[in-house]
Design a protein around this ligand. Structure first.
Ligand SMILES: C[S@@+](CC[C@H](N)C(=O)[O-])C[C@H]1O[C@@H](n2cnc3c(N)ncnc32)[C@H](O)[C@@H]1O
Length: 215
């Protein structure tokens, strides 16, 4: 069987064939991340982000949560395990193959096949957004953070993870856009953590929780 994960690692995939890549990688994705990138049988970025989400986002019955770059839906599974069950969870991803895997879990109530940075979704709608592995080189650009703020309710939360070296690379612009949003009083940081990300690749990650400003 072709190992699409390793193919992705060694080849510079441009945005044109990124979706095609994920469509073909979908069946192997979970096993590859858990066993060949993390090595402990868990999707570590998903587990750590879900933990930060639960610690920083107050639970409300029927709250609307958007999982951006939801992929195979491992994040939804993790949130459900941690008690986020009676929520309206929407999976957003450009790859039909990845979304088809997420559909099999029966956790998400809606599926949107689209991509950042322009979602065309309603403003001021979601109580919270969770985003893991989507702010990766060649994936969604830093400008997407403005879009996530737009579609989140005032007082709502945005929780995401990013590889440490990518965040610290000034050219990725994630620090710049985060700072623009903070200076513009669009959001405030609730938590920033450094933790494991993909240990077998010696990649560390940053995990953030922001609250969108009420005014
Ligand atoms: C590394 S996977 C992470 C999947 C899932 N969040 C997880 O952690 O298991 C990245 C996902 O981002 C999606 N993606 C790529 N570019 C995107 C974009 N511009 N906007 C939204 N999602 C994107 C891919 O289709 C893929 O499913």
């Amino acid at each position: 069987m072709t190992n699409w994960g390793n193919k992705f690692k060694t080849k510079n995939i441009d945005s044109e064939n990124l979706i095609d890549h994920y469509n073909q990688y979908a069946q192997e994705f979970d096993d590859h991340v858990k066993n060949e990138l993390c090595g402990n049988g868990e999707n570590i970025p998903v587990v750590v982000t879900a933990k930060l989400f639960v610690e920083t986002v107050p639970y409300q019955e029927s709250m609307k949560i958007l999982d951006v770059g939801a992929g195979t839906g491992e994040q939804g599974e993790q949130l459900a395990k941690l008690g986020y069950k009676n929520v309206e969870l929407t999976a957003f991803d450009p790859s039909e193959g990845m979304l088809n895997m997420a559909k099999k879990r029966n956790i998400y109530s809606e599926f949107i096949q689209s991509y950042l940075p322009d979602t065309a979704l309603a403003s001021n709608y979601f109580d919270a957004i969770i985003c893991v592995g989507t702010f990766t080189p060649g994936h969604a650009p830093a400008a997407s953070l403005h879009e996530l703020v737009r579609i989140t309710k005032k007082g709502g939360y945005i929780v995401y993870s990013i590889r440490k070296h990518f965040y610290e690379d000034i050219n990725s612009r994630f620090q710049t856009v985060e700072e623009e949003l903070t200076q513009g009083k669009k959001w405030k940081m609730i938590a920033k953590r450094e933790d494991e990300y993909l240990p077998l690749e010696k990649i560390k990650g940053y995990y953030f929780s922001f609250q969108v400003s009420r005014n």
